[in-house]
Design a binder for this molecule. Structure first.
Ligand code: TEU
Ligand code: CA
Length: 545
């Protein structure tokens, strides 16, 4: 029933350019630095790189504020470097997908500079302008980085919309010319030989600010179909939308191939289970495993026959998973491998964020001044004003700030973790002295090799790629056990989510046999009726009846 696609069996690796590898000692990661590490990525076995933005940008939001879609930020290199990265990646069988940030531009983009000049400027309508209402903002829409989504522009006496920082004005997708420029830009990159797009906050482009509609506006899916026809529809590319507002219902709209929109979306329902419902992620709540199972299973079931899931724990906006839901102290290695097994056993395309494969952890900075992220800085001010205590705010940042994921990649125990010979743009996590790539490569039991094995298994195990998911124990609050079934083949995945030991019993016929495909311990149970699980033990079995 399923038409097979190359990205069904691919694993994607996300590079956050600023923090990956610095080749020239200016303290900032760059494209030449990436080229130097392609052999490392090849060794890990990944098929695709998702490159966070490397375009020209004033870097208010680390490249998610683009001032020229057609050129490379000088700090990162040149277009020649970019061409070389594509070439060298392709030589190693690695594809590249680019970040597409088209909900907004930078306020330094020539379109916005023009638009600001006057109300009748030809570019005015590329953005969203409104008059004030009773001397106030046009309405109560808020920015995701705190405060109003409207910023007053003195010179023309109107407000413009920005769902992120005020240096990131929102584009007006009702404007045909604007859309045409976006299609041209996408085709420029497609012609260069990229293999797809990760689409930043794409569920916002159908916004209707006058009706207070941010996500999932009525025209959203129409725009995506237009995009498909005008750009990637003619090519065999990977398209993944970042959609914080995705539900299992609309995920099918995005990812049903017959509708000609996207291949898959990032849904964030599971990543929001450790906050107070309806509140911000800074309002902390403990994760309940039963809820995690409910949500992930709902997504697995819903997209089993229609659409496709993306699988991830981490990206540049999320805290490190081993610190968040694992145990980054006594069981860092075990719990990182457990979380990897749990995720990579599921149906969908897995994403690995740089450093996840070596178990990098959150970095708790002592002072708010060490946090660089504009979101963190804005939220800090907002929360102080709202009366939260400094201590409370910092605690939520230790657990949830985006900078946790953005500290430089830890390559070795040398100066600056081998990331840069100069002064890194951002503080390192001091644990680089023992958590680093060099150590991980020298240890055959490392997290790295566990990921490597999981990634390689997916390439040719059709049960792992296409098997139907089935949750075995919805009520159990410490073990996550599920099966993947394809015709007469069966894979069983059993993960102990916590430190305390527990037993799990799998129901099967007496003559079934189990073979361990991967485990994070030696001598894992082979008796499926009595699987004894040690701290964070995770086992993947092939079950033969
Ligand atoms: O993120 C979208 C987004 O909504 C997050 O910033 C979110 O608000 C927060 O991280 C978690 O609650 C995308 C990019 O991934 C992010 O880096 C950009 O800052 C943002 O869009 C604007 O382009
Ligand atoms: Ca550099």
């Amino acid at each position: 029933k399923f038409q097979q696609k190359w990205w069904h069996k691919s694993v994607i690796y996300q590079i956050y350019p600023r923090s990956f590898n610095d080749s020239n000692g200016d303290g900032i990661g760059d494209i030449k630095g990436m080229i130097q590490k392609l052999d490392y990525l090849k060794k890990l076995g990944i098929d695709v790189i998702w490159l966070s933005p490397v375009y020209e940008s004033p870097n208010v939001d680390n490249g998610y504020d683009i001032s020229d879609y057609h050129s490379i930020l000088a700090e990162y290199g040149t277009m020649d470097d970019m061409n070389k990265l594509l070439l060298e990646s392709h030589e190693r069988g690695i594809k590249i997908i680019m970040d597409l940030v088209v909900n907004h531009t930078s306020d330094q983009h020539p379109w916005f500079i023009e638009a600001k000049k006057s109300k009748d400027n030809p570019f005015r309508d590329y953005y969203i302008w409104r008059d004030s209402v009773n001397g106030q903002e046009p309405n109560e829409l808020n920015s995701n980085f705190g405060g109003s989504a409207w910023e007053y522009d003195e010179s023309t006496g109107q407000y413009y919309l920005h769902f992120y920082s005020k240096q990131q004005p929102d584009l007006n997708w009702e404007n045909e010319e604007m859309k045409q420029s976006i299609w041209d830009m996408m085709n420029f990159w497609i012609d260069k030989g990229i293999s797809g797009f990760r689409m930043d906050v794409i569920d916002l482009i159908g916004k209707e600010p006058d009706n207070l509609i941010k996500e999932n506006g009525p025209k959203l899916h129409g725009y995506l179909q237009e995009m498909y026809h005008n750009t990637f529809g003619k090519h065999d590319l990977l398209t993944v939308g970042e959609t914080w507002g995705a539900t299992t219902g609309n995920a099918k709209l995005y990812s049903d191939p017959n509708r000609k929109e996207l291949n898959m979306v990032f849904q964030f329902e599971h990543m929001q289970l450790d906050k107070v419902p309806g509140k911000q992620r800074w309002d902390l709540k403990k994760l309940e495993l039963v809820e995690l199972k409910q949500v992930l299973s709902k997504w697995q079931y819903a997209l089993d026959q229609e659409g496709w899931n993306s699988l991830f724990w981490n990206n540049h906006d999320l805290p490190r998973i081993v610190s968040r839901w694992g145990n980054d102290r006594e069981y860092r290695v075990e719990s990182a491998k457990m979380l990897a097994t749990l995720l990579h056993g599921m149906k969908g395309t897995p994403y690995v964020y740089q450093g996840e494969e070596i178990g990098m952890t959150n970095a708790a900075f002592d002072s708010i001044d060490d946090y660089i992220d504009i979101e963190t800085q804005n939220i800090y001010k907002e929360r102080i004003k709202a009366g939260f205590s400094e201590e409370e705010i910092m605690r939520s940042f230790y657990l949830k700030a985006r900078d946790n994921a953005r500290t430089p990649m830890q390559w070795s125990d040398e100066k600056n973790a081998g990331f840069s010979t100069g002064k890194p743009w951002m503080k390192l996590n001091p644990n680089y002295t023992f958590i680093n790539v060099e150590n991980t490569l020298n240890d055959k039991n490392s997290i790295f090799y566990h990921y490597q094995k999981l990634i390689n298994m997916r390439k040719n195990n059709t049960t792992l790629i296409y098997g139907t998911y089935h949750l075995l124990n919805p009520e159990d609050d410490s073990i996550y056990a599920y099966e993947r079934i394809l015709e007469n083949k069966k894979i069983l995945i059993v993960c102990n989510f916590y430190e305390h030991e527990k037993e799990f019993s799998y129901e099967m016929s007496n003559n079934s046999k189990a073979e361990i495909l991967i485990s994070n311990y030696n001598n894992s149970s082979l008796d499926l009726k009595k699987i004894k699980l040690r701290s964070y033990e995770a086992i993947m079995y092939e079950v033969k009846e």
